[in-house]
Design a protein around this ligand. Structure first.
Ligand code: SAH
Length: 370
């Protein structure tokens, strides 16, 4: 049974967030600045403040004329995210933040610090329409898509926190962004692509992240994977497979009834061919559900049938969600699953489950207090 989302009922008015600088292309920014009576080059100055200095505050933009500064900032940088709470785990190295959007919709993002770098897990949709039964967000249904600027603001806030040493210890640079928070990124394609462009465009017009350090994770929306492959920005693609056979995957990832395991794997292989980027296969190990040795073998065979060196597998022990009957696989079963895959020659690494004690781990992002 899918629960009706409380969040959806609580949201007073859902709708388009106000227009923000980060939603606009370079030309549109110049146009917007001109409409406000300023020369077009102000757009570049503002981009520099936003993407390099990570600020959207008028007082910081001292190279803009004093008389125009407030007007420009008010018109182009409306506040989109307000912080509701944040929770820490792993001795402060993991931080989950709950944000409220303009229409009171709540979303979460998780920032994780590693030696010399930091990774942000971003939300692309409020809720999710994919209804995977083991995923907390999947139980909520879809409230709405986030705008590009609502996703980009999550990134800016995190980059600021990392730079200012909010994660304890030395400041770090936000180096990696993964679309593994709430939502199905490829179901919000336009805003996600605009975000990917903002992430990978060099400073000062973007955050200047390397495309390989940006991961788009999907249930396997085949036409959107093919579209992504043609964008010319070789981000890392993660395919949430969770089962190598249609019978079980139909249950775990319901969109499988539309695009089967083979179709999703073929699209993943085409993505590798187009980008040269090795694809990650995500596989949440669920006790007695999908963790059988014969399934590891079948997965290994299906991946090898599509060639060598194009893929690796990231098993992750299931993070049990409240009310679910499912739980993580036994460590011994997990080891056997990994060994089997490796014996097929498939590079396999267990994924890290940071932040599980603050419900900040993979697939756990869903708002309780809504
Ligand atoms: N919709 C995208 C992004 C979602 S979350 C996708 O499905 O890929 C990112 C990853 O967390 C996905 O691989 C998802 O399957 C996984 N996940 C969801 N719920 C989980 C859980 N309870 N335990 C472990 N991983 C989970």
């Amino acid at each position: 049974m899918t629960q009706r989302p409380l969040l959806q009922m609580a949201a007073p008015r859902r709708g388009k967030p106000p227009r923000h600088f980060a939603d606009l292309t370079r030309e549109e920014r110049q146009e917007a600045v001109r409409e406000l009576g300023q020369p077009a080059f102000r757009a570049k100055q503002m981009a520099h403040h936003y993407y390099s200095h990570l600020t959207a505050t008028a007082e910081d933009m001292t190279d803009l004329p004093a008389g125009a500064r407030d007007g420009l900032v008010e018109a182009l940088f409306p506040p989109l995210l307000s912080k509701v709470t944040s929770l820490e785990a792993d001795g402060g190295a993991t931080k989950k933040t709950l944000w409220s959007l303009h229409d009171n919709v709540k979303v979460e993002s998780v920032l994780m610090k590693y030696p010399g770098r930091a990774t942000l897990c971003v939300t692309s949709q409020a809720g999710c329409g994919m209804a995977c039964p083991f995923c907390a967000t999947g139980q909520m249904g879809l409230t709405r898509n986030l705008s590009a600027a609502e996703i980009i603001e999550q990134v800016r806030m995190a980059a600021l926190a990392a730079r200012d040493g909010d994660l304890g210890g030395d400041p770090v640079r936000l180096s990696n962004v993964v679309f593994m928070g709430m939502g199905e990124p490829l179901a919000n394609y336009k805003a996600v692509m605009a975000t990917v462009r903002a992430l990978t465009t060099p400073e000062p017009e973007g955050f200047g992240l390397s495309a390989r350090h940006v991961t788009v994770s999907t249930v396997g929306l085949v036409p959107a994977i093919d579209k992504l492959a043609k964008e010319g920005i070789p981000v890392t693609l993660a395919l949430s497979l969770h089962a190598p056979d249609d019978e079980l995957r139909n249950e775990l990832v319901p969109i499988n009834t539309r695009w089967s395991v083979d179709e999703a794997l073929d699209a993943a292989r085409r993505y590798f061919d187009a980008t040269g980027r090795r694809v990650s296969i995500e596989y949440a190990l669920i006790r007695d559900m999908n963790d059988h040795a014969h399934r590891a073998d079948l997965l290994g065979e299906k991946l090898n049938a599509r060639g060598e060196g194009w893929v690796h597998v990231n098993p992750i022990p299931l993070n049990p969600t409240p009310g679910s009957i499912w739980t993580a696989s036994d460590p011994a079963v997990e080891r056997e699953f990994v060994n089997r895959l490796r014996s097929h020659g498939i590079p396999t690494t267990i994924r890290d489950t940071r932040g599980s004690d603050i419900d900040g781990a993979c697939g756990q992002l869903a708002i309780k207090e809504a």
